[in-house]
Design a protein around this ligand. Structure first.
Ligand code: C2E
Ligand code: MG
Ligand code: MG
Ligand code: MG
Length: 278
């Protein structure tokens, strides 16, 4: 019997995982370097009041200008950032950058709020409320100028600790929002018990609200739920006038979407906001 020769080099499973998680061009090491090298930047997208479209605040959406691969959407790197823990320094960076912008605008007489997306992984660190508050205070701002958006699909491995951390964040005066509402696991019991102040109806309901009776009814029920629980309500992903009119008829008080503004750098929004103040 001939010996079986292996033309390939054996790779251990650990080595393979390490390459996927750390050494790939969009991996944890590259992200950590990217934070150091200022490769990330923020776009801000307005949240508006209905009807009328007056801007009531912004959401910060992170982007990565990768030195080799070019512009990267968060859907391409947030999942690995969450798995590897790089999401911790990344979220601190996003909050810090959002706070820089609010501090600049405040000096120019513009007062508004910015929402920052927070991952379930961020709620595994017991010190996160103190860290976030420090980032905000260091810029002379109040935590109440920030909304933390949590995706309800995000798997929380230790729910008890996560709840404890949410309460700590709320005690610091951060507003808490449930992102992509309707797609995940938040139970009515949790909604009642947890210190949330805002629900964002997922785009999948909003975009078909003018054509699907089911979607419209779901939104109608959510409007009632939010009103009863005294939660603010935002419809995400509004693109057309038809959808806007449907949402106004259903009583949705706030909206976000391309119809009101694409995500754009703070430098684009600053002058438009100053114009309103002057
Ligand atoms: P999200 O928080 O639900 O943000 C809304 C997403 O929908 C954004 O995509 C936004 O650009 C897009 N969008 C807004 N209006 C419209 C519209 O009218 N039509 C359509 N088709 N899309 C619209 P983006 O910026 O690619 O972000 C995707 C997701 O990545 C976010 O969903 C959020 O879950 C996550 N993400 C973004 N930035 C961060 C961050 O700093 N930290 C964390 N943890 N996650 C982030
Ligand atoms: Mg969001
Ligand atoms: Mg959302
Ligand atoms: Mg969404």
């Amino acid at each position: 019997a001939g010996t079986l020769t292996k033309p390939w080099r054996m790779t251990s499973l650990n080595e393979l995982l390490d390459r996927i998680v750390h050494k790939n061009p969009l991996g944890a090491d590259a992200m950590a370097r990217g934070i150091e090298n200022d490769e990330f930047f923020l776009h801000l997208q307005p949240k508006v009041a209905l009807p009328g479209g007056r801007i009531t605040g912004f959401e910060a959406l992170v982007r990565w200008e990768h030195p080799q691969l070019g512009l990267q959407s968060p859907v391409n790197f947030i999942p690995l950032a969450e798995q590897t823990g790089v999401i911790e320094p990344l979220t601190r960076w996003v909050l810090g950058r959002a706070a820089d912008t609010l501090a600049d605008w405040k000096r120019e007489g513009v007062e508004t709020r910015i929402a920052v997306n927070v991952s379930a992984r961020n709620l595994m660190s017991l010190t996160v409320a103190d860290e976030f508050a420090q980032i905000v205070k260091a810029r002379g701002l109040e935590c109440s100028s920030f909304i933390l958006e949590l995706t309800e699909t995000a798997a929380v491995t230790n729910l008890v600790d996560a709840l404890d951390i949410l309460v700590r964040l709320r005690l610091k005066d951060f507003a808490l929002s449930i992102d992509d509402f309707g797609t995940g696991y938040s139970s009515l019991a949790q909604l009642q018990r947890l210190p949330f102040s805002e629900l964002k109806i997922d785009r999948s309901f909003v975009s078909v609200s003018a054509t699907s009776t089911e979607a419209a009814n779901t939104i109608r029920a959510t409007v009632e739920l939010a009103r009863r629980l005294q939660l603010d309500l935002v419809a995400e992903g509004v693109e057309t006038e038809t959808v806007e009119r449907t949402l106004i008829d259903l009583g949705v008080p706030h909206a976000q979407g391309y119809r009101y503004g694409r995500p754009e750098p703070a430098e684009v929004w600053g002058p438009r906001l100053r114009q309103r103040v002057e």
